[in-house]
Ligand binder design. Structure first.
Ligand SMILES: NC(=O)c1ccc[n+]([C@@H]2O[C@H](COP(=O)([O-])OP(=O)(O)OC[C@H]3O[C@@H](n4cnc5c(N)ncnc54)[C@H](O)[C@@H]3O)[C@@H](O)[C@H]2O)c1
Ligand SMILES: [Zn+2]
Length: 362
């Protein structure tokens, strides 16, 4: 088992990474919380696979857990479901010192975290991420929230968990497309922060695609460490944390114009990373060979590098970038690589260059 610490003063917390960790859920929680009622929030897919084990394990450690199972899918991240959870939790007399366990992917982590952040102005929160994306990204860093019909993640908060348990065995049941989408974020960490990790991914990508436990655990640990370092330096995204948005400016816009139906987040971000690498080559001397290395790695991971868009859709994409909540003054900001392992954030890019690159990836 590996342990990464997120250093945030009195809100610091450990991330445990390894196989069989779901079997330690009760013990780990018992080190932090008194025996009492608690709640596990999950979705229908994950609940069917791991709900019983989580409940039994918490019971064996002296807790009286109850399970809330929500439908699987992005539309679950709604205020309606938050209210549904509040009412269940209140009915079960969950108290101020109790806790919520998020058992699932990023959808459940974001929603359960928002419930934990706001119920009685904040109760305990434990993340048990079960997708690769959630293990390397959404379960770490404290962003929690839900969607409105006007946009994704428009309501939320920063609320750090007390504990993150990444059981890599849960990845064995994850659909392959979801695994590849998670690897897109893994590639992102290497490009923004760690050239040695990029070399390693070039060597080990097949092992990751085959879920080889040692490689998977060490790569997840490195990603969590990078995210932990970035978050510790800039918890509320006033600067450095923006580097985590590499590939996301165009990625988010692609998701938006395809109504979140055609591409998984990681797939859209893969295309966004290719585009950002190409823009980097045009505006900040990013080496053409390195553009090719990024493309090659994304291709070997089985992720898309382009998306067919007609002229009207290309215009819509540029408009969606301007409307993104991370744009300021109607202007998209980019995270651009200067070399593999180093990026600059907050970069403005001339519209002609954006248009050219969008045309190239279409
Ligand atoms: N808070 C953050 O910092 C942050 C960062 C990135 C993404 N996110 C959010 O995360 C969400 C996406 O997360 P996601 O990609 O994990 O999607 P998800 O939670 O929808 O999970 C993807 C699918 O996999 C299923 N699943 C999960 N674990 C499984 C397992 N072990 N075995 C079998 N099936 C399993 C789920 O039921 C679902 O159908 C988005 O809402 C996004 O906004 C948040
Ligand atoms: Zn992302």
């Amino acid at each position: 088992m590996r342990v990464i610490k997120v250093e945030l003063g009195e809100r610091s917390y450990p991330i445990y990474i390894g196989g069989g960790l779901l079997g330690l859920l009760g013990d780990k929680c018992a080190k932090i919380f008194e025996p009492q009622n608690c709640v596990v929030i999950t979705d229908s897919n994950v609940g069917r696979l791991y709900g019983k084990q989580a409940i039994e394990n918490l019971s064996a450690a002296g807790f009286s857990p109850f399970l809330i199972t929500l439908p699987a899918g992005e539309s679950t991240k709604s205020l309606r479901n938050v209210e549904y959870c509040y009412n269940h939790i209140a009915q079960k007399r969950i108290e101020r010192r109790s806790f919520v366990v998020a058992l699932g992917g990023g959808v459940i982590g974001d929603l359960a975290g928002f419930v934990a952040a706001t119920y009685m102005r904040g109760i305990g929160f434990v993340q048990v991420p079960t997708t690769l994306l959630a293990q390397v990204d959404s379960s770490v860093g404290g962003k929690v929230g839900i969607n409105l019909k006007y946009g994704k993640n428009l309501v939320g908060s920063f609320y750090q968990p007390n504990l993150v348990l990444c059981d890599i065995d849960t990845l064995n049941t994850l659909p392959e497309r979801e695994l590849r989408a998670g690897l897109s974020e893994v590639i992102k960490y290497a490009v923004i922060y760690d050239s040695a990790m990029f070399n390693r991914l070039e060597k080990d990508i097949e092992k990751l695609l085959n879920n080889e436990p040692k490689t998977v655990a060490s790569v997840i640990a490195r990603c969590c460490q990078i995210k932990a370092e970035v978050v510790a330096a800039d918890e509320k995204e006033s600067g450095l944390r923006a580097i985590l948005n590499f590939g996301h400016t165009i990625g988010h816009a692609l998701e938006a114009i395809t109504n979140y139906k055609k591409l998984l987040h990681g797939e859209a971000v893969a295309i966004g990373q290719v585009a950002a690498a190409m823009i980097g080559a045009m505006v900040c001397n990013f080496n053409e060979t390195d553009v090719q290395r990024i493309k090659q790695l994304i291709k070997r991971t089985g992720l898309p590098m382009c998306y067919k868009l007609d002229e009207a859709s290309q215009k819509k994409l540029i408009e969606a970038m301007r409307l993104d909540k991370k744009a300021s003054g109607g202007e998209a900001k980019f995270v651009l690589p200067t070399k593999i392992g180093t990026v600059k954030f907050g970069q403005k890019v001339p519209v002609e260059i954006i248009e050219k690159v969008i045309n190239d990836i279409s």
